[in-house]
Ligand binder design. Structure first.
Ligand SMILES: [Cu+2]
Length: 354
């Protein structure tokens, strides 16, 4: 590594010396210099501008064709479609505008290349032109911003109508825990001061004097969600800034120590349905082929199966990369069966008192 850095520094110093010699040569008045561009050089550079434009678009098409399949699949939440449409509309507009401006930029560089005897025209201003290139972006941007704000307020409308399930997501270095609000659907008060209660078994610091917390259920391994039922997530963090990121549901919210942040969505596709989708099956097959190759080289890798994930999207420390929790979206019946098997906070407290 040090050797590589030394080589890079030496190369950079050599380039700097070379450039400085060139500047010195240019500054010598009256000396004929072969490095001043003539018509032939200018023509070549004019064509190179077109070549560069072609290169840019070929590279874009190549990247889309080669890596397009690593993009996220269709959204699995009710609001996800609005989010994706907003993204698509913005990207298409940006692409059209940049295609026009880049083409014009490179074309003008070619058309007005240096030529012997050609003199630049002094052109102070043109009110009409300036008005046009100001008003078009103003209208387009105002439209985009209004549309974006409308989508944002619709997605961020977190209310407790339609009987949502209330789930707390608790972030800490470096894992996630989930707390279900239980039969009363109200989360009990919690505070980091209670973390040491019950010999440290009170992992979320639930206040044992608050009756609302007694039926709360904590899951430390998986986040189960019933399909087509609205979920209101309340996020807390124990230590530093984390961010609850559920890419398949197009959801992300920061988890901030000392406050509760919220996000709400309705999952619409179960884990099982996702696994049946041809695009997902193809992705799984491809990843398992790669894993098989690496196994041959001696790596210890299991076959991969599709699962939704809750990830951390803030670089929160050394094991940030592995701060994740499996999400299982299932039918209402499957969810109810699972939740009945879980221990409530009250049962934990009672177990400790005996
Ligand atoms: Cu984190």
């Amino acid at each position: 590594m040090t050797a590589l850095l030394t080589i890079i520094v030496l190369i950079l110093v050599a380039i700097a010396v070379w450039q400085m010699t060139k500047i010195f040569e240019f500054s010598q008045i009256g000396v004929e210099n072969a490095q001043v561009a003539n018509d032939k050089d200018n023509k070549l550079n004019g064509y190179l501008m077109f070549a560069f434009l072609g290169f840019l678009y070929l590279l874009t098409i190549y990247c889309l064709a080669k890596w397009g399949r690593v993009l996220l699949p269709e959204a699995s939440s009710a609001h996800g479609k609005d989010y994706d449409t907003l993204m698509m509309v913005s990207m298409v507009l940006i692409f059209i505008v940049q295609a026009i401006t880049q083409t014009l930029l490179h074309y003008f560089a070619f058309k007005y290349k240096g030529e012997k005897g050609k003199k630049a025209l002094f052109y102070a201003d043109n009110d009409k032109l300036e008005f046009i290139w100001t008003i078009i972006p103003v209208i387009t941007l105002a439209g985009l911003i209004l549309y974006g704000l409308y989508t944002w307020t619709t997605i961020m409308d977190i209310n407790e109508e339609d009987d949502p399930i209330v789930i707390e997501l608790y972030a800490q270095q470096f894992n996630w825990k989930a707390r279900y609000a239980g039969d009363d659907n109200v989360l009990g008060d919690a505070n980091v001061r209670f973390l040491s209660d019950f010999d440290g078994q009170n992992v979320l610091g639930i206040d044992s004097s608050d009756p609302n917390g007694m039926d709360d259920i904590i899951s430390t391994t998986e986040l189960h969600l019933p399909v087509n039922r609205k979920v209101v997530f309340k996020m807390r963090s124990q230590d530093v800034l984390h961010s609850a990121y559920m890419p398949h549901f197009r959801a992300q919210m920061n988890c901030v120590p000392g406050m509760i942040t919220q996000f709400s969505f309705t999952p619409t596709v179960t884990t099982e349905e996702m696994r049946q989708k041809p695009e997902i099956q193809e992705k799984v097959k491809h990843i398992n082929e790669l894993r098989a190759e690496r196994r041959k080289k001696g790596e210890d890798l299991e076959n991969w199966e599709f699962d939704y994930l809750l990830l951390c999207n803030k670089i929160c420390g050394t094991s940030h990369f592995n701060m994740q929790m499996k999400i299982i979206v299932e039918s209402e019946e499957e969810f109810n069966t699972w939740i009945k098997e879980q221990q409530t906070f009250g049962q934990m407290v009672a177990g400790n008192e005996n």
